[in-house]
Design a protein around this ligand. Structure first.
Ligand code: FE2
Length: 384
């Protein structure tokens, strides 16, 4: 069988209603039966599929855009069975007959789900799944492993590499349809969440561009946050929250009027009161998103001071969330070492001595400030 890549796309009528009237016996399709019936509609040499347009405006309860499923199996009969069954359920189906082409294909076609055979020559299903789950672009795509019945070892390995579900051969049409439908639905929900996050990041970036004084402040905070987080041996999630904090800490400035945010010259006490609201507005914006819970303490508390003289809650010492303490040092350091229309950029040494003085006067966690100074010296030395 020649490699068929991605040019084999199947779309057919949704006949879910029809399947409900069939007995379990009818629904069990042997590979060969389904394959041979499918072959009747295909040109076997070129595997050019017959494409049927869905009549209904909804496919399996999904909106106009039919979910895309990638079926990866080197065994033609088994692959064609899955293709036929999914095609009948109204999915758009893409096929691949070897593991090695899957990663590229997934990036290109962005399927909603992958049905992945375990045993394949070259790259096996486990390796493929591991690669996909490590990649930020593809990690949300659910993977269903196709295994032999009672293959316990494969199931354990499948879970280890991030597989989402398992199906055994021969396929049970109802089971296949149910699992695919539920995982595709879940994936679309996750995507919406991801989109919501993206909207927040876009808002944050637009605020940065609204304030011409800050330049690439956020990008620098993200890089410095990651490096300092790694230096402090923080967990992967804490580092992620610090990096997100780089983008989102001032998102609440979206609610601050230009007259205050962009005011040239000194802010009045009333202006300051308005300006300080940005931490509360930011918290409110991010609160509904579960994925933002780790970054919210940074947003709310990045202007607290160690001696309790900061805002909004006048927290003292370790009452201030640790990530907010860390983030604050990064934020201040970057502000000091960056040029602004109203000030020159300080050198590394000058900025550190200002911050160490502030720590001595009680504004910052002294131990953390020492660690930060060590980190910056180490970081800048390694960059030279
Ligand atoms: Fe702020």
């Amino acid at each position: 069988m020649k490699s068929i890549g991605s040019n084999h796309t199947v779309r057919s009528q949704n006949i879910e209603g029809y399947s409900l009237g069939l007995s379990q016996e009818h629904l069990m399709l042997e590979d060969t039966q389904a394959a041979s019936s499918w072959m009747k509609t295909c040109n076997q040499d070129s595997l050019v599929s017959k494409t049927l347009q869905p009549k209904a405006s909804k496919v399996n309860g999904f909106d106009l855009d039919p979910p895309k499923v990638l079926v990866v199996d080197d065994h033609a009969a088994s692959r064609l069975t899955a293709v036929a069954l999914l095609g009948m359920e109204g999915y758009e189906v893409i096929e691949a007959d070897s593991g090695s082409i899957v990663v590229g294909l997934v990036r290109q076609k962005q399927p909603d789900l992958i049905l992945l055979d375990v045993m394949m020559p070259g790259m096996d299903g486990f390796e493929v799944c591991q690669l996909l789950k490590q990649d930020e672009q593809t990690r949300l795509i659910p993977v269903i492993f196709i295994t032999a019945l009672n293959d316990r070892r494969s199931r354990i390995r499948g879970i280890e590499v991030g597989g989402d579900d398992f199906l055994t051969k021969p396929f049970d049409r109802v089971e296949l349809a149910a699992r695919v439908k539920s995982l595709v639905r879940q994936k679309r929900l996750n995507e919406d969440l991801d989109h919501a996050e993206q909207v927040l990041f876009s808002i944050a970036m637009s605020i940065e561009s609204r304030d011409p004084n800050t330049g690439d402040h956020c990008e620098r905070l993200v890089k410095l946050g990651q490096a300092f987080g790694e230096y402090l041996n923080l967990s992967r999630y804490q580092i992620r929250d610090l990096m997100w904090g780089g983008y989102l800490h001032d998102i609440g400035k979206v609610g601050i009027p230009d007259a205050v945010l962009l005011k040239k010259g000194k802010l009045t006490p009333e202006d300051w009161q308005i300006m300080q609201q940005h931490v509360l507005i930011g918290e409110k914006i991010c609160q509904p998103l579960r994925s933002m819970q780790g970054v919210i303490p940074i947003i709310r508390h990045h202007h607290e001071r160690w001696d309790g003289s900061g805002y909004p809650d006048k927290l003292k010492g370790d009452e201030i969330p640790y990530l907010a303490q860390i983030f604050q040092l990064i934020d201040i350091y970057d502000a000091l070492t960056s040029e602004r229309p109203y000030k020159e950029a300080l050198t590394t040494q000058e900025a550190l001595s200002v911050m160490l003085e502030e720590a001595d006067s009680g504004w910052r966690n002294p131990k953390l400030m020492q660690q930060f100074a060590e980190f910056i010296r180490f970081f800048t030395k390694n960059r030279e």
